[in-house]
Design a protein. Structure first.
Length: 165
């Protein structure tokens, strides 16, 4: 659903499982850090609000959005976590770089969801302007970080409920 019709921070808290025994990794791009730090703030606070203990939230940083793939892979292979949230922001410029980065990160995160047995949550803002990005990082359209945190909790719960014994 288009963000214009749905606030990224809107959800029914009654539909969110308790995250008390969940461990979540968050990989954050340092590029456009005014946006990515706001996304992290939203994700972190939302995880805690829904029971994830602060000591069970592992945050690490990578230089840019393309590096979110490697950072996510590194977290899952070196930390005991139940989900990875990848947070980044790419703003369209005058070259095709935007398209390559967005496509690469999208494909990389999709591959991670297939390759590993935990959810990888796609929190990459892909916007035409910095204003659009800030509108989605705590501005008038809510915070994509909130949405990613809720998605992580729900997907961990989904996975646990559907484990085959």
């Amino acid at each position: 659903m288009a963000t214009a019709y749905h606030n990224l921070s809107s959800y029914d808290p009654n539909t969110v499982p308790n995250g008390k025994d969940m461990r979540v990794g968050i990989v954050v791009s340092e590029w456009n850090d005014n946006v990515t730090n706001a996304l992290l703030d939203g994700a972190y606070k939302t995880l805690v609000k829904h029971g994830v203990k602060e000591e069970n939230i592992i945050v690490d940083y990578v230089p840019g959005s393309f590096e979110l793939i490697f950072g996510s892979k590194h977290l899952i292979e070196n930390k005991e976590i139940d989900a990875v949230i990848a947070l980044g922001c790419v703003v369209r410029g005058d070259t095709p770089h935007f398209d390559y980065v967005c496509s690469g990160v999208t494909q990389g995160m999709a591959d991670m969801n297939i390759r590993y047995d935990i959810p990888f949550i796609f929190g990459l803002l892909t916007t035409d302007t910095m204003e659009q990005a800030t509108d989605r990082a705590g501005g008038k359209h809510g915070n994509k970080g909130d949405e990613c945190a809720i998605t992580a909790i729900k997907m961990i719960d989904f996975y646990r409920r559907n484990l085959q014994e």
